[in-house]
Structures are given as C-alpha cells and as structure tokens.
Design a protein around this ligand. Structure first.
Ligand code: 4AD
Ligand code: MG
Length: 461
C-alpha cells in the first residue's frame, strides 16, 4: 500500500521519492507547467503536484486532466514555496487511472448541501462530506475507547426483533409474506404465524432491552448499532435509520448515569478535537463559526443539571413566545430544549424526573408516583442528544406500568422474567450518534452527517 497524503504531509522533512494516488480537486494548466491538487481523503488537505515538460506523460496526459480525474503521481517531495502547505510533489510521472465524463457534477464552485444529497455517490469527494466522514470515524473510535478503557463490554444487540423496546409503535415490519396476498387467520387478519419468524417481527428501535439482559450478567456493557424508526418526521434532526450508542450499567442509579453521560461527552469531544483539528477548523470557518468554541465549552464547563419541573418553570417564566405550549405534563419540544441549552444556560443541560406519562414503560417510577427516573441531555442547536433512565427493576411496578400503558405483557415476558431472578437497580442511556456528529461539526441537517440518509420518501443509494 502506498503512503497516504496524510502520512506524507506528516513527514519531518522534504526529500525522497513519493507516489500518491487520488482524485483531482483542481487542475490549473499554464503553458509550461500544470498544478494538480490531489486528494486521497486521508486528511482534510490534498497535496499539490507540480508537473512540467520533464514529467512523464506531461503532453499526453497531464494537460488534459480536470477536476475529478483519478491519478497516480510519482516524484520528489519538495518544500512548497507557496504559503499554506509545507510540501508539494515535483512530478516525474503522472498517469491517469480513471477519467471523468463531461457531466461530472462536482466542479470547483461550491455546491449546496441539498444538491450534494442528490449525488450521494460522489459527495464524499467534497471537502465537507470528506470532513464529516473523518469526524464520524474519529467519533466512533473515541466512543469505543471511552467504554473500553472503563471496562465496558460491547454487546451486539439484534437488528430484527419481536419487541417494541420503546413501546412507541414506530416500527418497520420485517416480513417475507406476500403483501399482495397474505395468509389470513380464522378472523380474516393477516396470519403472522406463517411468516418467517412465526410472529410479527420488526427492525429494532433500540438495543436497550437486550443490553439490560447483558448488564445483569456482565455489569457494564454498551451497544453501538443501527436503529430504525418509522416516525414520519421530516426534520433536520430525524432519520429513519440512525446509529445509537447505548451503555447499560448494573448497580447504577440516575446520578451515576448523569455523571457517566457528562464524562462520556467530554472525553469524546476532547479526543475528536485531537484527532481531527483540520476538519474542525474547516467546519468552524465554512459551516458554523461557533464550532470550536462550543467544543471547548463542552470540554471545560460543567453541565447544568435540573429537574423537568424546574425546566418547565423556567420556560413558563421566560418572555419567549414558543410555537408549542409549555405546561407541566407536556413533553419538551425541540424549541424548548434548544432555548434551555442554547440561550438560558448556554451549555449542555441534563434534565431528569420527567412525568411518567410522556416517557417509556421501563423507566423507574419515583416515590411521587408521578415522575420517572428519566434523563435527557440537551445541547445547543441540536436539542436532545441523549435519552436514558434508571430502569424499573421491581417486577410488580413494571407489570403495572405495562398494563397502564396498554402494552401486551406477553411480548415482554423475558424482560419481566429478568426482574424475577437477581434483579438489581440499573440504568443506561442512548446517544444518537448522528446528532452527536451534527453537534460536533455544526452541520445543520442530519442528512449531511450520515453517508446515506434514510428519511421518509427516500432510501436511494
Ligand atoms: O430517547 P430515545 O428514543 O431513547 C431510547 O431509545 C432508549 N431506549 C435509549 C436507552 O436508554 N438505551 O433515543 C435515544 C437517542 C435520542 O436522544 C436521540 O439523540 C437519538 O437517539 N434519536 C434519533 N436520532 C436520529 N433520528 C431519530 N429519528 C432519532 N430518534 C432518537
Ligand atoms: Mg428521547
């Protein structure tokens, strides 16, 4: 494998031969010399290749090269006289590996992010998407490092499941039945006993319930996998397929969970800042000029902690006109979440003790019988980035909650059974991976921080 541009630019000094392979961002041709800006995606910057008449392939190949062409170039690594870059390559040969059609859509001018979504097969070659993908990668690595260093064991929770772990009903069905002509039972309903899994099956909305199983044996675990929600939300923060990180800890309560969430976000931000300085610099310059300050702020400042009731009080008393009503018992909308973290506290906010009626069945019922041990982390711009809770580990209370919410107890039999055998207080949360990347990069739309977004009406690529 040849040296990447990232490795070449990290060399301590110029001199010596190099070979690079990549795609042309730009080509400038003058009479005697051509300047080729080549990127291989290994880092934010490309490297400049300077080719003159002495370069092998100059007349036949180099003169005809344009943006998007794939090339292999060899030559000597020299100090760059121009500003901005330490090294460039004085080419001894340049070969065309793959040309581009005349209709290559990525020209030097800046394209809108909306347009780039229509060419998702080519957009990783742009500065913005390249930077997003590298930050995504660094973030995923930082997440694994955080948990691995603390002795968490990664669990691979299933993607196909029979249970609705959020009890919210936003499920994608998985079926091999003939949709035109499904088998019917005696009452004329579709007979899922004849389906592939002999029962109604779905794509998972969360790995939590399985993570709980593992935590009640291995104590500290986490999942990191794709999750699916068939909610018809056409917003800049919702995807139908997104990645979730879900730590789950036995012998842990709500306070312990809040501490974990804060330590986790701080360390991940720190690591990504170390790993991707150039990419973050770019986001700060071109996408959102608060990115670097926000990252520093998250790392350095303590998070704010408050209860849902206090949040409602603040929202009621502030002089802001919200689109959605604010009242104890109603869920916080994204505008409320953003107001709290972006304007009122100006930092990440950990909100706990939500009313039971607006949260999932599995959350620990507090002594007031009105609120549950829920925990959401709200951040500027994005709103809710983490949702979690202490879990209800008391069998009778859990059965009561399932009944109250009209859920079918049968579907949760093993979840209930766990409460009969060695049940302990435990807690966990789910972090929306794309929302984290959005927050870190300042990208306004979640569709631009995942390579191939799945949203209502679109699953192309
Ligand atoms: O708050 P949620 O629904 O929590 C759960 O699913 C729990 N079972 C997690 C747990 O306790 N283990 O989702 C968790 C996070 C949200 O805070 C949000 O960041 C993200 O997942 N999320 C989405 N991200 C993108 N698109 C969507 N449609 C999302 N729905 C939730
Ligand atoms: Mg939530």
């Amino acid at each position: 494998m040849s040296e990447s541009i990232r490795e070449i630019l990290a060399r301590p000094s110029a001199g010596g031969g190099v070979t690079i392979r990549g795609w042309l961002r730009t080509a400038r041709h003058s009479k005697e010399v051509s300047f080729l800006e080549v990127s291989d995606g290994s880092c934010f910057s490309g490297i400049q290749v300077v080719a003159g008449p002495e370069c092998h392939g100059f007349e036949e190949t180099v003169r005809a090269l344009g943006t998007g062409c794939a090339v292999e170039a060899s030559g000597e690594l020299v100090e760059s006289p121009g500003s901005g870059q330490s090294f460039e390559i004085r080419a001894s040969s340049v070969a065309l590996v793959g040309g581009v059609g005349e209709d290559y859509p990525l020209q030097k001018k800046r394209h809108s992010l909306e347009f780039l979504r229509t060419v998702a097969h080519l957009r990783p070659r742009t500065n913005t998407l390249g930077a997003v993908l590298r930050v995504r990668n660094a973030t995923a690595r930082a997440i694994h490092d955080f948990f691995q260093q603390r002795g968490f064991i990664q669990i691979h929770s299933p993607i196909i499941t029979l249970s609705d772990s959020e009890g919210a009903g936003d499920l994608f069905r998985v079926s091999t039945l003939d949709v035109e002509n499904p088998p019917r039972d005696e009452e004329g309903r579709v007979d899922f006993r004849q389906d592939f899994f002999a029962a109604p099956a779905f794509l998972t909305v969360s790995g939590q319930l399985e993570a709980e199983i593992a935590a009640l044996a291995l104590s500290k675990v986490y999942t990191f996998g794709p999750t699916f929600r068939a909610e018809d939300s056409n917003t800049s923060r919702h995807l139908a397929e997104f990645w979730m990180v879900e730590p789950e800890l036995a012998f842990c309560d709500l306070d312990g969970l809040g501490e974990l969430a804060e330590a986790f976000l701080k360390q991940v931000f720190q690591r990504v800042r170390e790993a991707c300085p150039d990419d973050l610099e770019f986001f700060n310059k071109r996408i959102d000029d608060t990115v670097l300050a926000t990252i520093a702020h998250v790392i350095e400042q303590p998070f704010e902690r408050l209860r849902y009731s206090e949040a409602i009080e603040i929202l009621e008393k502030c002089d802001r006109q919200f689109e959605f009503p604010v009242r104890w018992g109603l869920d916080l909308q994204s505008e409320h979440e953003r107001f709290l973290s972006e304007e009122y506290f100006r930092r990440p906010v950990v909100v706990t003790h939500y009313p039971k009626a607006i949260k999932a069945f599995y959350m620990y019922l507090n002594d007031d019988e009105e609120t549950v041990g829920a925990l959401d982390v709200l951040v500027p711009k994005v709103g809710e980035i983490i949702g979690g809770s202490q879990r209800e580990h008391r069998l009778e209370v859990l059965r009561r909650r399932i009944a109250e919410l009209g859920l079918e107890e049968d579907r949760y039999w093993w979840y209930l059974d766990l409460r009969r055998h060695g049940s302990v207080p435990h807690a966990g949360f789910g972090l929306g991976f794309e929302r984290l990347v959005q927050f870190m990069t300042g990208m306004a739309n979640i569709r631009d921080v995942i390579p191939f977004p799945r949203v209502p009406g679109n699953a192309e690529f």
